[in-house]
Design a protein. Structure first.
Lengths: 113, 223
């Protein structure tokens, strides 16, 4: 594991349904297709243990894995970023930011809607 | 009044005064830390909000291009075109320290430096929609990485702000009043002791004088 070292080379993983993420393979990110919701937690664990520095997760799976992601968000690494999939935008990325603001400030003063 | 369970001695008083001083200084420092963290946090969040909206829009656009490409091309050709990427991205991670919060920084390196050298397929068998999609995604990549960095910063800072706020509140509303009350209590107790011992001394003195007077009265010829 690279944890603890100052400058390290790490890779970027993309998790989601095949349809949404296959494009990311073309630009050099590593894709981990996931077709069933039940497989998602195991897949996430595998990816995290492999030491990827940044994880992009499609919003559908970000919703499924919200508990695990919540845990990862407290750690220094990896960064987990929800991205919209082909099925559209569910707004969970926004929700996570909203939650962070609420946690820090006490009430949401940025996103209020 | 919440008084700590201590012996009301002078030594305890000095010790508590020292602790109160430390607590006050810590409270001030933590308050400053909280304020500065909050300022930076709000700045970052505002930035991230705009960035996320923009990025989501762009990703959706890329998805549209892919959808169009897959409608023009057969699934097999599309998969084959994307299966063997030329490009590979490495992240160099560093650490940045904002008000004692460690925040990762990402610096990315690609295997092929050339922007136009990312297409891993021949242009003959693929549609231009696919070029648009892959090109758009490659352009989007730096922005996605900045987003990852900033969002992580936001989440880590939110955690730290919450912790610091709790510490500040605990010091302000629990620890410091408790110390102050205890110091007040000990000071009062010590004063009380002093008064009572003085009263006792005066009483003893009176008794001694009285004794001398009676002695002198009974033995008028004594020196």
């Amino acid at each position: 594991m690279w944890k603890g070292c100052v400058n390290c080379m790490v890779k970027i993983a993309v998790i989601g349904d095949n349809e949404s993420i296959k494009g990311f393979a073309a630009v050099g990110l590593e894709i981990f297709p996931c077709e069933r919701d039940e497989d998602a937690p195991a897949l996430l664990k595998r990816v995290v243990d492999a030491g990827y520095g940044v994880l992009y997760i499609t919003e559908h799976y970000a919703t499924v894995l919200s508990k695990e992601i919540e845990k990862l968000n407290r750690q220094f690494s990896p960064s987990v970023v929800p991205i919209p999939g082909v099925s559209g935008n569910t707004g969970i990325g926004r929700q996570q930011l909203k939650a962070a603001v609420e946690k820090a400030v006490g009430s949401d003063i940025i996103f209020h809607s | 009044m919440a008084v700590l369970n201590v012996n009301p001695t002078r030594m305890e008083l000095t010790r508590l005064k020292k602790q109160l001083n430390t607590a006050l200084r810590g409270h001030k420092l933590l308050k400053d830390k909280r304020d500065e963290l909050m300022r930076q946090f709000l700045d970052t969040v505002r930035e991230v909000k705009v960035m996320r909206e923009e990025t989501e829009k762009k990703i959706n656009l890329v998805h549209t291009h892919f959808l169009l490409a897959s409608s023009v091309m057969s699934k097999e050709t599309l998969d084959a075109a994307l299966m063997f990427p030329k490009q590979e991205v490495f992240l160099e991670t560093g650490k940045k320290n904002i008000m004692s919060v460690d925040i990762p920084t990402y610096d990315y390196k690609t295997r092929t430096g050339e922007q136009s050298d990312i297409y891993a397929y021949g242009f003959a068998s693929t549609s231009f929609e696919l070029d648009d999609a892959v090109g758009g995604l490659a352009e989007l990549l730096p922005q996605l990485l900045i987003l990852a960095e900033k969002e992580k910063a936001v989440k880590l800072m939110a955690d730290e702000i919450e912790k610091t706020r709790r510490r500040v509140n605990a010091l302000e509303h629990v620890l410091i009043p408790r110390y102050q009350d205890t110091i007040h209590f000990i000071a009062g107790k010590l004063e009380e002791n002093e008064r009572s011992s003085r009263a006792r001394l005066m009483k003893v003195k009176d008794m001694m004088i009285e004794e001398q007077i009676t002695y002198k009265r009974n033995h008028p010829d004594a020196v």
